[in-house]
Design a protein around this ligand. Structure first.
Ligand SMILES: Cc1cc2nc3c(=O)[nH]c(=O)nc-3n(C[C@H](O)[C@H](O)[C@H](O)COP(=O)(O)O)c2cc1C
Length: 206
């Protein structure tokens, strides 16, 4: 474990939870700063293995991933070019870029799979938690140009892009521009459970 990741873990300990949760969930954080260490092939395999075991409607497993390691410059750039400028600022040093897709139609039944994007989100969540176990962190990205992704990667119309995932070993926020440095260090805000958990029907009179 590097000094940076030790410090990072200390910071993460200050994140308060209201009730006990899994250590993997507690330690996950969407970081923007990564070290330049590439993600090793065995870890890459584990990340995608985790998605294999995600649940999906009718077990369709409607996800597809295209990844590029930073040392695969041509392919990495094809992914990178499709990002919005605001994301390019911090993604430019990400050692691993992934773009995730949902397959729009069922393969074993006729017609569209209304839950394909939902299932992709679940698979991506599994990937993000597996990353934490491997000492990595993931930041998902919806800020990209979908048409550019399809064109740059020659993707058939059977697929719809979901999110990009920037992956790597957490690095020092000092490497980021000032505004992002501050956002990286800001406390993480969450709704309390009262806001979104109900044990009753809606009360129309309120
Ligand atoms: C679907 C989705 C899209 C996101 N898009 C972006 C994005 O375009 N740029 C970015 O910097 N972060 C993006 N994020 C990261 C969120 O801002 C982050 O998850 C949120 O602030 C909560 O922080 P946490 O993941 O560290 O708990 C996205 C996350 C998700 C799940």
């Amino acid at each position: 474990m590097t000094l940076t990741s030790l410090r990072y873990n200390e910071v993460m300990k200050s994140d308060n939870v209201d009730f006990p949760i899994s250590e993997l969930i507690r330690r996950r954080k969407s970081v923007r700063a990564f070290t330049d260490q590439l993600v090793e092939q065995d870890k890459l395999n584990s990340l995608f293995e985790a998605t294999r075991w995600a649940p999906s409607s009718t077990n369709e497993q409607p996800w597809l991933y295209i990844y590029a390691s930073k040392d695969q410059t041509a392919l990495w750039n094809k992914l990178f070019e499709a990002l919005n400028d605001g994301n390019k600022i911090w993604v430019k040093d990400a050692p691993l870029l992934i773009v995730s897709f949902a397959r729009k139609n069922f393969t074993r039944f006729p017609g569209p799979n209304a839950h394909a994007m939902y299932d992709l989100g679940g698979a991506n969540a599994f990937l993000a938690l597996q990353a934490v176990e491997l000492g990595l962190q993931v930041r998902q990205i919806a800020g990209f140009n979908a048409a550019k992704v399809m064109e740059n990667l020659n993707v058939p119309d059977l697929y719809e892009p979901g999110v990009f995932l920037a992956v790597g070993y957490p690095g020092s926020p000092e490497s980021l521009p000032e505004n992002l440095k501050l956002r990286e260090a800001a406390p993480r805000e969450r709704n309390s459970q009262q806001v979104f958990v109900m044990n009753q029907v809606f009360d129309n009179e309120k």
